[in-house]
Design a binder for this molecule. Structure first.
Ligand code: ZN
Ligand code: MN
Length: 156
């Protein structure tokens, strides 16, 4: 499937899921959701605001925060605390995990066919050993990104 088709499917599927949970989808909410589906850059609220400013020039950060909270509650978006103290957001329609650079804070997606099984195993083990009711799993691997390896002369 090409990218555009996948993204359209993800948008339709996500809107359906939100409506099924009894939440109203406004044009503003749809534009924010669409931005997150089409931009896998782990944006901050400020980045989202700048990214959709041509479509919604007067959108407040409060509206963006409220929309993101709704998307997180509907399990479509995850929050990623960033090195800089802020929070980045990620559409999570396709499960994946993250490599995070300890030097520059960059967050890189890692897609692995086996990831859903690995996450399930981690959840099962956590449930068995801790008794927790599991509500979500985020896997993060720390490291130094290729660019920083060069900058820091860590590349061979
Ligand atoms: Zn880096
Ligand atoms: Mn991601």
């Amino acid at each position: 499937m090409d990218n555009l088709k996948t993204e359209n499917t993800q948008l339709t599927h996500s809107i359906k899921k939100i409506k099924a949970n009894g939440v109203r989808i406004t044009p503003q909410r749809e534009i924010i959701l669409e931005y997150l589906i089409t931009h896998h850059i782990h944006p901050s609220v400020k980045t989202i605001q700048a990214g959709i400013s041509s479509k919604l020039p007067n959108l407040s950060t409060a509206t963006i925060y409220n929309t993101i909270k709704m998307l997180v509650d509907n399990e479509l978006v995850i929050e990623l605390p960033n090195k800089d103290g802020g929070i980045r957001y990620d559409y999570f329609g396709v499960p994946h995990f993250h490599a995070i650079c300890e030097n520059c804070g960059k967050i890189t997606d890692v897609f692995l066919d086996e990831y859903p099984q690995i996450a399930e195993e981690l959840e099962k083990a956590t449930r068995d050993k801790s008794g927790y009711l599991i509500t979500g799993t985020k896997v993060e691997i720390s490291g130094i990104c290729p660019e920083c390896q060069k900058k820091l002369h860590l590349d061979k």
